[in-house]
Design a protein. Structure first.
Length: 195
């Protein structure tokens, strides 16, 4: 096996997936709409929650820390909570069900006008789908970052992006790009003096 040939093919595959995403102009429109919604949520002193499983949880946490911490420039922290508390997750999975791990904090902390960013490469992660349902019951907005055909999650989202890609890794590479672009443009909207 020629490892350099394989690496080059992986990079080309990633590039082709990104090009497919860029060529769907609806994606740019949705990202713009969600950036404006995030600005509205933050300026109205509402909160954003993020959730996902595995790599999607890592993306959820990554987005949250860039909001509460720092992205490109110093500015005030933005209220984003990744539903990633290990004690809560293991307690809820043990005492109730793994499908409830994101539902319970949404029901405990979510208020009307908050936003849930629900991330699922399949669109069928039961705990993420149920979190979206719970968020809607709390009159929250739901934005889905999804893969494949959108799965069950798509029906519970106010807005969603379905990333192209035949594998979870390619889908997740698009998801993190969207999250980075969102925080960049929230900063551009809210803190224009930094840009």
């Amino acid at each position: 096996m020629d490892i350099q040939y394989s690496i080059r093919n992986s990079l080309i595959d990633a590039q082709n997936t990104l090009n497919d995403f860029i060529n769907n102009t609806d994606n740019v429109t949705v990202i713009s709409e969600i950036a404006s919604l995030l600005q509205e949520v933050f300026t109205q002193n509402r909160k954003v929650f993020t959730c996902g499983n595995g790599g999607s949880m890592c993306d959820a946490m990554h987005f949250a820390e860039e909001c509460t911490g720092r992205f490109r420039h110093n500015r005030c922290p933005l209220p984003v909570i990744a539903l990633s508390d290990v004690a809560h997750i293991t307690c809820t999975a043990n005492d109730y069900d793994f499908a409830d791990i994101f539902v319970r904090p949404i029901l405990a902390l979510g208020t009307p006008g908050d936003l849930l960013i629900a991330i699922s490469t399949s669109g069928n992660s039961e705990n993420v789908v149920r979190a979206a349902e719970a968020a809607k019951s709390r009159q929250m907005y739901v934005f889905g970052l999804i893969g494949q055909d959108g799965g069950q999650l798509k029906a519970h989202c106010d807005k969603y992006i379905i990333a192209p890609g035949d594998t979870a890794d390619r889908t997740q590479e698009i998801h993190i790009k969207v999250l980075h672009i969102l925080i960049e443009h929230v900063e551009r909207l809210m803190f224009p003096e930094n840009y």
